[in-house]
Design a protein around this ligand. Structure first.
Ligand SMILES: *Cc1c(COP(=O)(O)O)cnc(C)c1O
Length: 381
């Protein structure tokens, strides 16, 4: 098949260039683990737990197998189970809600704010009932949810707050980092996340010593001590190779976040004059870490998809996170929601488009993305 060779394709994410910068250090760290032959919950995990808790302005961190387990175990350790309702935004990655389902509890969807894509605090008030036990705000794309309003509503109704911090490690809301506001928070180290492992990994963050201790039991088969099981748990332990890799990367995270923020600023400047789009909100009291730089392509689904296709032809990869809101996912078909149930979530699903964003992005790539977007918008106007 003859193909036209495109030398200028800008990927959505480029993990290889990051690895090239760290190769020697990471290989040495992995080698150390291989020599020790200690693969699960060893010294790297313990050190990473300390480093991550401090990094998130929190007291405790518990290394886990992935970010979804971090949410599930945070809820389980908070006593959530069958018969309990948990409010989650209708627009997020599906794991935010399936983490609830896994416990036999019920996710109750709530709509988002148009400007930030995050849970609308007023919607918590609207959806809360006597069965509601918890709420999971998601810091979507790296932008903190409105934690002050959410926490004050949650306190008024006696709700547990579990932050889904999978996409926002390092983000600040007012003076503190995300992950430090809720009863607990979950972080994901999935390779594409801002702090990505070489496989799966996750971390639970909390200021509660009791909750942290409970989570440590739950991740290790519910054992209160070796071979003494006091409740059914999970096998959800962070492995040492991942922890060792993550410790090398954590030292670079602030530099990478600064680079993401600089790229976002550049996109904002260059995109300011383009009609037919809305650039991401950046509230002054928050520090967005731009896991994704997500625009709205105004005027609906057809146009967003056309723009995305044209961008690819012009050598620019882009992504749609997420094309189907949770209330319209097949897994939740039994809940009786229909199109129109959560209009802002549905509109976001139809309009969002994420542009290439990673620390190593170059000025030339950014310019190419913006010029290609301008062309695609003109052609689809
Ligand atoms: C990635 C992600 C998760 C799940 O994390 P895993 O490590 O893949 O289990 C949960 N919520 C959100 C918002 C995510 O982006």
């Amino acid at each position: 098949m003859p193909t036209t060779k495109r030398t200028s394709t800008v990927p959505l994410l480029d993990l290889r260039s990051q690895y090239a910068d760290l190769r020697a250090e990471i290989r040495a760290a992995i080698d150390g683990v291989l020599e020790s032959q200690q693969f699960v919950l060893g010294p790297h995990n313990e050190a990473l737990e300390r480093e991550l808790a401090a990094y998130c302005d929190a007291k405790f961190a518990v290394g886990l197998a992935n970010g979804t387990d971090a949410l599930t175990i945070a809820l389980a350790a908070s006593g959530i189970g069958p018969g309990d309702d948990v409010i989650v935004p209708a627009f997020t990655f599906v794991a935010t809600a399936t983490a609830v389902v896994r416990l036999g509890a019920r996710p109750v969807f709530a709509d988002i704010e148009t400007a930030t894509f995050n849970l609308d605090p007023a919607e918590i008030e609207r959806r809360v009932t006597s069965k509601t036990r918890a709420v999971i705000p998601v810091h979507l794309y790296g932008l903190p949810a409105e934690m002050e309003a959410i926490n004050s509503i949650a306190a008024r109704h006696g709700l547990i707050v579990v932050e889904d911090n999978a996409q926002a490690i390092g983000a600040r809301y007012k003076s503190s980092r995300t992950g430090s506001f809720g009863t607990a928070a979950g972080i994901s180290f999935y390779p594409t996340k801002n702090l990505g492992a070489f496989g799966d990994g996750g971390m639970l963050i909390t200021n509660s010593e009791k909750l942290a201790a409970h989570a440590r039991r739950l991740r290790d088969h519910g054992q209160s001590r070796r071979y003494l099981c006091s409740e059914p748990g999970w096998n959800s332990r962070l492995d040492e190779i991942q922890a060792a890799v993550l410790r090398v990367k954590l030292k670079r995270l602030d530099d990478w976040t600064a680079a993401r923020r600089a790229h976002a600023k550049r996109y904002d400047e260059l995109l300011a004059d383009l009609a037919g789009i809305a650039v991401p909100a950046a509230p002054a009291h928050s520090e967005h870490v731009y896991h994704l730089y997500t625009l709205r392509i105004l005027k609906g689904l057809e146009r967003r998809n056309l723009v995305q296709r044209r961008l690819l032809e012009l050598g620019v990869s882009s992504g749609v996170y997420y094309p189907v809101p949770l209330h319209l996912q097949p897994v939740f078909a039994g809940m009786g929601h229909t199109p129109g149930s959560f209009p802002r979530a549905e509109q976001a699903s139809a309009q969002v488009l994420s542009l290439p964003m990673f620390p190593e992005l170059t000025e030339g790539q950014i310019t190419h993305v913006v010029e290609s977007l301008a062309t695609a918008l003109k052609e689809t106007a």
